[in-house]
Ligand binder design. Sequence first.
Ligand SMILES: Nc1ncnc2c1ncn2[C@@H]1O[C@H](COP(=O)(O)OP(=O)(O)OP(=O)(O)O)[C@@H](O)[C@H]1O
Ligand SMILES: [Mg+2]
Length: 154
Amino acid sequence: MKLRTSSPDETEIFGRRLGALLEPGDVVCLSGPLGAGKTCLARGILAGTGATGPVSSPTFVIVHEHPGRVPAYHIDAYRLECGDDAAALGLEEYLPGEGVAVVEWPENIPDFIPPDALWVRLDRLPGVGADDRDLEVSASGPRSERLLEELSHR
Ligand SMILES: Nc1ncnc2c1ncn2[C@@H]1O[C@H](COP(=O)(O)OP(=O)(O)OP(=O)(O)O)[C@@H](O)[C@H]1O
Ligand SMILES: [Mg+2]
């Protein structure tokens, strides 16, 4: 599934639609370069799950837990360099966990990403408006396929 957003608000609204579909144990991976809009999308997804509390780009904290309709874990693996770091933080407890996990920089912790996850790739568009982003959503297993289907029917 591909879509284009033209403002941070649009990206966040798409995230809300996705977040509303999520159930405990779901894992959503957000990939794309620095400044692509991963945290912006995560904010929408977490709002859609009913999560409370502000969603920020954590400077030192790798995992933010948000209580809500389902518990949500926002993980930013940007500063993690190897699986040892992730293991030391106990990340496997969240992937999957008792709530929804939203992961930025999943490429940094490949061994911790479950086989069935929903992936969103965000990209800036060269030569197009500075606020335009391409989003490509893909699934890697039965649960994420179902999510993708529900998402594309809305
Ligand atoms: N269509 C858009 N969708 C999302 N963000 C946008 C869009 N247009 C402009 N922006 C801006 O791009 C920036 C995206 O920042 P954000 O922190 O979400 O990126 P990120 O991918 O999480 O970066 P990092 O890799 O540093 O964590 C914000 O300043 C946001 O306002
Ligand atoms: Mg970010």
